[in-house]
Design a protein around this ligand. Sequence first.
Ligand code: PLP
Length: 409
Amino acid sequence: MNTNFSIPSSTLGYVDNRLHFHHKPLQEAISNYSTPFYLYSKQGLKDNIEYFHSCAQNFFDHPCIHYAMKANSHPEVLKMIASLGHGVDIVSLGEYKLAVSAGVSPSKIIFSGVGKTEMEIEEIISQKESIKSFNVESIDELETIQKISSRYNQITNIAFRLNPDVRAQTHQHISTGGSCHKFGMTSGEIEVALAQKWPNLNLVGLSIHIGSQLKNFEATKNAINEMLDLIRRNDLRHLSFLDFGGGLGIFYGPHDHDLTSAPDYFSQIKSQIAPFFENSQFPQIIFEPGRFITGNAGVLISKVVRMKDNGIKHFVILDAGMTELIRPALYDAYHEILPFDRRDEKDEIYDFVGPICETGDFFAKDRSSTLIKKNDYVAIGNCGSYARCMASTYNAREIPPEYFIEDIK
Ligand SMILES: Cc1ncc(COP(=O)(O)O)c(C=O)c1O
C-alpha cells in the first residue's frame, strides 16, 4: 500500500503579516497588473491532481480520473491533465473541442449532461476517434445516439447515469441525485432501456453524480447501494466501469471542518463495493473531480475602490463583483477574503460587495476582517473552480484575464 502522500497544504496565507500565494508575496508579485484578475498556480494544480490520484490508487487498481472540466477549462489546466495521463468529463461540444485541442485523447473523454443536442452528438460520433462513453441521462437521448450511430454504421459506447433518488447534503442548487432533479435516469427507466434492443450501442458502465461540495458520505453511500442493487437485479457485473462522479468537498471556511477527506471517501467506496465484486472481475473505477482539482489552486485578486459607511453597514466596495465570482450570490457560498497587508489594529466587521447594480452582488456579509482601507488589494480564496468559468459580461464588463503565479517574475 502506498502511504507516500500528504494533503496539499494551504497555499494562501500570511508570512509576517504579508499575504503570500504559493510562497510569493502578492503585493510585489502583482504590482504591474491591473485588477481584477484570476491568479492560479500550476504547482497547486499538480499537487491536487497527484494527491487525488495517489489517494485513489491506495484503494483501487488503476483508478481513472476524468477531471470535470466545467470547474475550470483553462488550456493550461487541460494540458496538465492530459500530460499527467488523465481524462476529462465534458458537458458540451465546446468542452470537447477545448479538451482535444489541449491534447486530451478522445478515448479519455466522458460526455455527461441532460441536454446533449443532436448536433453535438453527431459531431462527436462522426469523428475518427470515439470517445470513452456517452453517459446517458434519458431514453430520448439513448434513441438519439442509437439513430446517429446507425447512420454512421458505428457502435457507440454508452453508460447509464443513475438517478438514485438521494438527498445530498449540500446547497440545493448543486444537489443532483434526487428524483425531483433533472439529472440521470431512475433505476426503473434504466430497466426499461435494458429490456430493449439497441443494435448500435455498447453498454460499458454505470455512473452516479449526486451533487457538488458534498458535506458527508451518507447520500453517496445510499446512491452506491442503489447502484449495486441495479447491477444485482440486472446481472450487470460484467460492465467495464463504474463511475462515481465528482462532488468531494473542499475547505472554504468555518462550516467545512468535518468534510469527508479523500482517503475516507475512497476507503468507504472500496469497503462498499469490494464484497460485491468478490467473485467477479472488478470493474474500472472512475472519478470525476472538478472542484477538488482546481478550487484552492486559484484566487481572485481585487482592489478596494472605496469604503462606504452608512451608519448601519460598513461596506468594502471592490472592483470585482458577481460577474467574476457568482458563487456567493448563487449558493450563499463562503469565500475567504484576505487583504494583502494584515494590520495590527482591531478587526472590523464589513460587507464585501462589488460594483454591479444588484443587491445580490456581494462576496461576504458581516465578515470580521483585519482593517481595510481604500486602494488596498485583497485575494478572494478558492477561486480556481466555478469562478472564471461562470463569469459574465453583465453591466458591459470585460471578463478579467487569468495568470499563473509561476509566470509572474
Ligand atoms: C457529471 C458531473 N461530474 C463531475 C462534476 C464535478 O463536481 P465537483 O466539481 O463537485 O467535483 C460535476 C459537477 O457538477 C458533474 O455534473
